[in-house]
Write a protein that binds this ligand. Structure first.
Ligand code: NAP
Length: 283
């Protein structure tokens, strides 16, 4: 039951009605017996500063941040954790006891949870990443933090890919190549993991996938698609047909939410329950 003492959490975005976070977070809060409620908060695109000040002043404990505010919110915060700083985006805000706002990004941790769930270590691994957008930044930083030795990014826009690589050049061997470049095809022959971060194959465009010739991919490579609708994309279906192990985006989505939950409450939620709540909502 919501009472005058119930603590407040939410997600800000524009639009935000499609967000699955209220389902995930409220399921986990209920299961943990915590007196919090989590709501979706549509914020006008030109009203971010007043919305952020309003949430803090209205006593919110914290909130998630989604499109289009993940980068725009940074100047409004008092501190950033390393992941948010390196990814250049914030998806979670915690209101400190002194009223200051701390920004975090839980996407890299969420991404890595997919490997942890399968007992896979990335130390020394060679990774191929498809796409160089916002999600790819979290993937890249996650791979580097986990000890990947070499990362090749396949892009359609080498200029954008080069900018992404430049941001991480000091952290390890990262380079961007055009999808159609023979050198990228050669990378796919040796990569231990192939991470798909483009929207290609996301519902309703389920017949799409980035250009990967599975017959030429290293037979032991693991295929990871960040998409969670559908649960099995064409990219993952074809990978499985060629005998590759696969991971879809559900674990990442649930795990990034679980990390945010921990930052707000200090309690580790039941990640399996969050994933099930997500599956039920998507079904
Ligand atoms: P984004 O910032 O728009 O980046 C998309 C990337 O895909 C860009 O590099 C873009 O290339 C490339 N791309 C788009 N259409 C393409 C096409 N037709 N051919 C080749 N490349 C194409 O999007 P995002 O935020 O990174 O999200 C990407 C996907 O990840 C979405 O499906 C999203 O749902 C998923 N995601 C999942 C999670 C999770 O928790 N599971 C979290 C975040 C994102 P250009 O740079 O040339 O435009």
């Amino acid at each position: 039951m919501i009472t005058g003492g119930t603590k407040l959490l939410g997600v800000i975005g524009a639009p935000v009605t499609h967000s699955l976070s209220p389902v995930l977070q409220n399921a986990a809060l209920r299961a943990a017996g915590l007196d919090y409620v989590y709501v979706a908060l549509p914020v006008r695109r030109d009203a971010l500063p007043s919305a952020v000040a309003g949430l803090r002043d209205a006593g919110f404990c914290g909130w998630n941040v989604t499109v289009p505010f993940k980068t725009e919110i940074i100047p409004l915060l008092d501190e950033l954790d390393e992941d948010a700083r390196r990814i250049g985006a914030v998806n979670t805000v915690v209101v400190r006891a002194d009223g200051g706002l701390a920004g975090y990004n839980t996407d890299a941790a969420g991404f890595l949870a997919g490997f942890a769930a399968c007992g896979i270590s990335l130390r020394g691994a060679h990774a191929a990443v498809l796409g160089a957008g916002g999600a790819a930044r979290a993937v890249l930083w996650g791979l580097l933090k986990a000890g990947a030795a070499r990362i090749d990014i396949g892009v359609r826009s080498p200029r954008k890919g080069a900018a992404l690589c430049a941001d991480f050049a000091a952290d390890g061997g990262v380079r961007a190549l055009h999808f159609a470049d023979d050198a990228f095809a050669a990378c796919l022959r040796t990569a231990d993991v192939i991470v798909q971060t483009t929207p290609l194959g996301m519902a309703p465009h389920v017949a799409e996938m980035p250009p990967v010739d599975w017959a030429a991919v290293h037979p032991a490579a693991l295929a990871y698609d960040l998409i969670y609708t559908p649960a099995e994309t064409r990219f993952l279906r074809e990978a499985a047909r060629y005998g590759h192990r696969t991971i879809n985006g559900e674990t990442m989505l649930a795990a990034q939410g679980a990390e945010a939950f921990f930052l707000w409450t200090g309690v580790r939620p039941d990640a399996g329950l969050m994933r099930q709540a997500l599956r039920d909502a998507l079904a």
